[in-house]
Write a protein that binds this ligand. Structure first.
Ligand code: FAD
Length: 462
């Protein structure tokens, strides 16, 4: 018998660890307190929902998902021995901390009669399999994407036959049993059925306008698959196979749109590779400057950013969407991240920590990649002198202020033209137009100059 330790693969289908080993598996999930310490409530809520669905799927096949809590290096071997498992399998996780944990589990299993087996599952192409011609990992996405796109992909695996075993009495723990309050945000439904519904409806309609509409948050035309891909409630081979099928049937602009969506899946893999080869980027700049970047880290400004009270409408809408939905549209993530680092001069790590707490889809590789890109410290980073203007970004990507009004009710009756020129209005005009909406907390053009000086000092010294 085999024990399969689920981590970021909370599904049975298209699961290489489950399907690629011959022995019949039962499942195990371990709540690791070290991981829970850094987990935000929305993510834990989503994960519990996904675990319930996974356990049901095991039980429907006469098997069981065992649920435990503790240090995996103790719990995994103990459970394996208790169930007389000959093999413990798991799918690889690519962050530095996860790899250290997995090494400890492997060492602990060496003291038992159980053999560990690791599989490659979370992304289509394993780190190290897509490299420059010199064999180095890519630091520029565009070249990575071309190779990723053309590389043959494995087919999704079907659900294997599971080992029969008795049910456990212990339920999947509740949020409160794990020390979390109920989330304030509306957390999306988890589990493979929910993921497949999203994928089906996205591929039936929105994907065809993805290319032209994906940057416009009010259009809501993206897939919302990110929490599912993060927790593996749907397999990446299944998603990619469905997208390729559609590509084969589609031509012209529609085809370009489908391809554009597929290229986003490759960003996810690019950042997983970057993290694998550079585990230190979770806390350090990927791109270093000769001198330290002297972030100002003003706590009052940080507080206003977190609350969505900066007086920059598109920024505030994004930060409030995050609290309400545990999600933020990609374009707006870029805007709020640029605003935090280049207007407020606050270290990207502070923004990353906030996203990690509130995003349901927080993923170390993607979140880190996104933040470092915006802060001009990442791979493929925008150069430090390219600074988003939050007002023109709002005007371009939310011209009718539809998205802004959804999340900033104080501006509900305000003319979009006023909203997009909020920073240029006099305090009296602002008070008349939307008395409850904050004054801008900084002046963009002045902060822009300061940001340029900050980066120039980092580049050249005083
Ligand atoms: P879609 O547009 O439908 O894209 C499909 C999938 O492709 C996504 O679900 C995601 O898995 C992947 N993807 C799309 N864009 C990116 C990207 N730029 N980088 C990496 N993968 C991408 N994404 C996360 O999954 N988790 C994060 O914690 C995260 N943090 C981010 C922080 C910042 C500052 C920025 C700028 C971006 C971040 N992203 C993150 C990337 C992106 O914003 C989200 O993946 C996307 O908004 C999720 O919505 P969707 O599923 O509807 O995306």
């Amino acid at each position: 018998m085999r024990l399969h330790w689920h981590r970021r693969d909370l599904r049975l289908a298209d699961n290489r660890g489950l399907a690629d080993a011959p022995e019949r598996p039962i499942g195990l999930f371990v709540f690791d307190d070290d991981v829970l310490t850094h987990a935000g409530t929305p993510r834990v809520a989503f994960m519990l929902d996904a675990l319930e669905a996974l356990r049901e799927a095991y039980r429907a096949r006469g098997s069981e998902l065992l649920v435990r809590r503790g240090d995996p290096a103790a719990v995994v071997p103990e459970t394996a021995v208790g169930y007389d498992a000959e093999i413990v399998s798991w799918n690889r996780d690519y962050s530095g901390l996860a790899r250290e944990r997995d090494d400890r589990v492997r060492e602990a299993l060496d003291t038992t009669d159980t053999t560990p087996q690791q599989f490659h599952d979370a992304i289509c192409h394993e780190p190290g399999s897509i490299t420059t011609n010199a064999g180095d990992p890519y630091s520029v996405y565009t070249y990575f994407w071309k190779k990723w796109r053309d590389r043959e992909k494995d087919d999704p695996r079907s659900v294997p036959t599971l080992a029969e075993t008795a049910r456990e009495d212990e339920p999947v723990p509740s949020l409160s049993a794990l020390g979390f309050d109920e989330p304030d945000a509306d957390v999306p439904a988890a589990g493979p059925d929910a993921a497949r519904r999203l994928l089906d409806s996205f591929l039936e309609s929105e994907v065809c306008r993805y290319e032209e509409a994906r940057d416009y948050p009010a259009q809501e035309c993206t897939s919302r698959l990110s929490p599912h891909l993060k927790f593996g409630t749907i397999g990446i081979r299944e998603v990619d196979a469905r997208v390729r099928e559609l590509l084969d049937e589609t031509a012209g602009e529609r085809r370009e749109s489908v391809e554009s969506f597929r290229s986003q899946l490759a960003w996810r893999e690019f950042y997983a590779h970057v993290l694998y080869f550079n585990p230190e980027v979770v806390a350090a700049n990927y791109k270093t400057y000769p001198n330290p970047i002297e972030w100002e880290n003003d706590e009052t400004l940080l507080g206003a950013w977190k609350r969505g009270e900066t007086g920059y409408p598109i920024v505030d809408a994004g930060m409030r969407q995050l609290r309400e939905e545990a999600f933020m549209h990609n374009r707006v993530r870029m805007i709020v991240a640029s605003f935090l680092t280049k207007d407020l001069l606050i270290d990207w790590r502070r923004g990353y920590a906030h996203f990690r707490e509130f995003l349901v889809d927080h993923d170390t590789a993607n979140d880190n990649g996104g933040w470092q890109w915006a802060a001009s410290t990442g791979t493929d980073a925008q150069p430090y002198f390219r600074i988003f203007n939050p007002m023109t970004q709002g005007e371009r990507y939310d011209p009718d202020a539809e998205y802004i009004k959804t999340y900033v009710p104080e501006l509900g009756d305000t003319d979009p033209a006023v909203i997009h020129t909020w920073h240029e209005r006099t305090p009296i005009e602002r008070a008349n137009a939307a008395p409850d909406y904050p004054e801008p907390i900084v002046e963009h053009s002045e902060r822009r100059e300061r940001a340029l000086e900050m980066f120039e000092r980092a580049r050249d010294g005083d």
